[in-house]
Design a protein around this ligand. Structure first.
Ligand code: AMP
Length: 214
């Protein structure tokens, strides 16, 4: 079973993918995670990738498609996989179609206000990586990590400016995929406005949709 998860940044795709991975016993392939690893490398390519990601823009289609192709060739993908973060543009969807046939596409839908609320205000510890939220789960002392006393900061790709850019890029470049996969008769839409407060319900609906019409 080859599955694509679509949805705006911050909708909870990564969390849903991790749960579905366990339930369906399929690998979770996040192109964002692969790129974040590459961005740590002190190479020209690593630096270029980091710069693009920090601004909230997209990595060129050819590069990300090559990276994905390599990943799909690995042994763990032979019974299927869950794609999170790819495709993000129509040309990527066209490339994927040439590589392998997809079975289901789940679109987790949420409004811009909800996404901005959720993604804005995130604070990360420079020392241990713990995550806080300025409003929803603030640290006890302003700017200081509860766990290790490290300094809290806003990640470059989580500033208000970068978040707004990521949402704009999503609406312009990725949202057309919804219609694309509707036409391919692969699309299942799930209301994810409630987000992680209703994760069981959202996962239940996802599994029904995936397993229901085989
Ligand atoms: P994500 O973790 O999926 O939100 O991805 C984080 C960032 O990685 C995005 O904002 C893009 O800069 C980059 N990225 C991830 N997947 C892709 C993709 N399929 N095409 C282009 N850029 C991507």
């Amino acid at each position: 079973m080859n599955i694509i998860l679509l949805g705006p940044p911050g909708v909870g795709k990564g969390t849903y993918a991790e749960i579905l991975k366990e339930k369906l016993e399929l690998p979770h392939i996040s192109t964002g995670d692969i790129l974040r690893e590459m961005a740590k490398e002190e190479t020209e390519e690593g630096k270029n990738i980091k710069e693009i990601m920090d601004k909230g823009n997209l990595i060129p289609d050819e590069l990300i498609t090559e990276i994905l192709k390599k990943r799909l060739k690995k042994e763990d993908c032979k019974n299927g996989f869950i794609l999170d973060g790819y495709p993000r543009t129509i040309p990527q969807a066209e490339s994927l179609k040439k590589i392998i046939k997809m079975d289901k596409v789940i679109d987790y839908a949420a409004k811009d206000e909800i996404i901005l609320q959720r993604l804005g205000g995130r604070l990360t510890c420079r020392s241990c990586g713990a995550i806080f939220h300025a409003k929803n789960s603030p640290p006890k002392k302003n700017g200081i990590c509860d766990n290790c006393g490290g300094e809290l900061y806003t990640r470059e790709d989580q500033t208000d400016e970068a978040i707004k850019e990521r949402l704009k890029v999503y609406r312009n470049q990725t949202e057309p995929l919804i219609e694309y996969y509707q036409k391919e008769e692969l699309l299942i839409e799930i209301d994810a406005n409630a987000g992680l407060d209703q994760v069981d319900k959202i996962i239940g609906e996802s599994l029904d949709a995936i397993e229901g019409e085989e």
